[in-house]
Design a protein around this ligand. Sequence first.
Ligand code: ADP
Ligand code: MG
Length: 208
Amino acid sequence: MTVELRRTSGPDDTERIASALAMRVAPGTVITLEGDLGAGKTCFVRGLARGLGADPSTVSSPTFVIEHRHPCDVGTLVHIDAYRIRSADDLASIGWDELLAAGDAVVAVEWPSRIAPALPAVRIDVRIRHAGEDLREIEIEWVRPVDASQRCKGCGATIAAGAGAQFCSERCRMADLGRWFRGDYAIGRPIEEDDLHGDLRRAPGGDR
Ligand code: ADP
Ligand code: MG
């Protein structure tokens, strides 16, 4: 596990950090972005777009559509706002599994805690914190399974070394996702404005 720490003093600075990261990632990489509203998640994705050769001016918060796709040098930058994803069906509707399986896109996910069980075990987690006015602290964690041989989070079976998966089968993954969306892990009420200001970050899955 590698963690890089950065401090930025404005949006341009954050974009620059993100562009530099984009140049180090291969298609198929999932980059998650955690942070309060206004932390700079979308700004970071704008930087990723620039680094990948996409048009940064087309990057905006995908709040009303769940995802935006931007053609770029390596294929596609997919920008997902998981905030509105409420069920496995919602995830399926954006072709999440196909997206991961194809491995031809860089995928940036805002509010990743909403879909924690569906995230691949190998990914990059970016956490952005306000540090006063235009200052932000940015943590970039390259996440990999600690052990080459992992255990399925559903049934405990051993997963092949290097597979990078959290589950041994589609069945175990869907069962876990079902539990997640039924409310065993998630908050069981409509999302309210207050959730945007902190509560949601402490919801299950947001407490890594
Ligand atoms: P989020 O997607 O996390 O809700 P946005 O990227 O949409 O946040 O907005 C971040 C806001 O904070 C923008 O208005 C941006 O200009 C401002 N800002 C100020 N300083 C920074 C910084 N260092 N990094 C990123 N954004 C910053
Ligand atoms: Mg945003």
